[in-house]
Design a protein around this ligand. Structure first.
Ligand SMILES: [Zn+2]
Length: 304
């Protein structure tokens, strides 16, 4: 199985258009200890020909152009066989609407995510202008399904594992919270190799722990290092935990959990532009590396 992290930033990217924090300003100034990142998304494939996107970020157009394996091979074509959504957040699904242009798409999503897109968003109709343009495939908590794309079976299966999360901000008050609002995506190939992709998680659960422990590669929520990362800058009154992200640092942080997992590689993604681990040489980044955990960069590829 091949994995490419198309983007590694949280919503907004880094730099974020309206942010002048030290990291965002440093990236704009060309600080060599920092690098720009697009919003988190990944591509997986068993054969290197048909690919599945795990979330589809607002930056998808640039992410496709940066990765030749996703370029069209004919006049109208895409090697993207399907798209899997782990949640309905704007940064996880806004790219769907960039991928209009009458291209048939296969979309895997939970009922909660599908309802958010179909019942509360007229833009979804642009993907359903004619029968057969958009094929919905339902993800159910705890069920493994074969990933079948526009080009047929992929040789991969996908299991949706519910992870503590939240209703997307834009659906608060419109949709009741569901256990399937936020999923970890467990992708397995025919050889039994597995990837756990969990870019947003408020905590671990026994099932997530079990799947992560058995995974060859784990890609996990690296949004914030500290719970008060944004509140201490005066940017918001909501802590990391209020936003359903498990901060990395401290005695209760996710880094302690990640450090003891036996996975071959453990990689942080969905990193907010405020996060000190983005800066090379920062003590927080050194702490991550000392725990045996990697900080993703855009374009990182792993053969699993
Ligand atoms: Zn910033």
């Amino acid at each position: 199985m091949y994995l490419r992290l198309l983007g590694s930033a949280a919503g907004g990217g880094s730099p974020q258009w309206n942010c002048g924090c030290a990291n965002c300003a440093g990236i704009r100034a060309g600080d060599a200890a920092l690098e720009a990142r697009t919003q988190a998304s990944a591509a997986v494939s068993a054969d290197g020909r048909q690919w599945f996107l795990l979330n589809v970020s607002p930056d998808v157009r640039a992410q496709i152009e940066a990765f030749p394996a996703l370029h069209p091979r004919r006049l109208r074509d895409t090697p993207i066989g399907g798209i899997v959504l782990s949640n309905g957040d704007v940064d996880a699904c806004l790219g769907l609407f960039i991928l209009r242009e009458d291209q048939p798409l296969v979309l895997y999503a939970s009922e909660a995510v599908e309802r958010g897109l179909r019942e509360h968003n007229a833009l979804t109709r642009t993907l359903e202008r004619r029968p057969g343009q958009l094929t919905w495939s339902r993800l159910r908590a705890g069920e493994a399904v074969p990933l079948v794309g526009a080009a047929g079976p992929s040789g991969l299966t996908l299991e949706a594992v519910p992870v503590p999360g939240t209703v997307p901000l834009h659906l608060k008050g419109l949709a009741a919270p569901s256990a399937e609002d936020n999923l970890a995506l467990v992708v397995r190939d025919a050889r039994g190799r597995s990837l756990v992709y969990a870019p947003t998680a408020a905590a671990a659960t026994p099932l997530l722990d079990e799947r992560a422990r058995a995974a060859d590669v784990l890609v996990f929520d690296g949004t914030f290092f500290r719970d008060d990362e944004l509140t201490s800058l005066g940017l918001t009154t909501r802590s990391a935990r209020d936003m359903a992200h498990w901060p990395l640092g401290g005695p209760e942080g996710s880094l302690r959990w990640l450090a003891q997992l036996p996975c071959r590689r453990k990689i942080l993604t969905h990193i907010n532009n405020s996060n000190p681990i983005l800066r090379g040489g920062a003590p927080e980044r050194d702490e991550v590396i000392a725990a045996g955990v990697e900080v993703a960069r855009d374009g990182l590829e792993v053969e699993i």
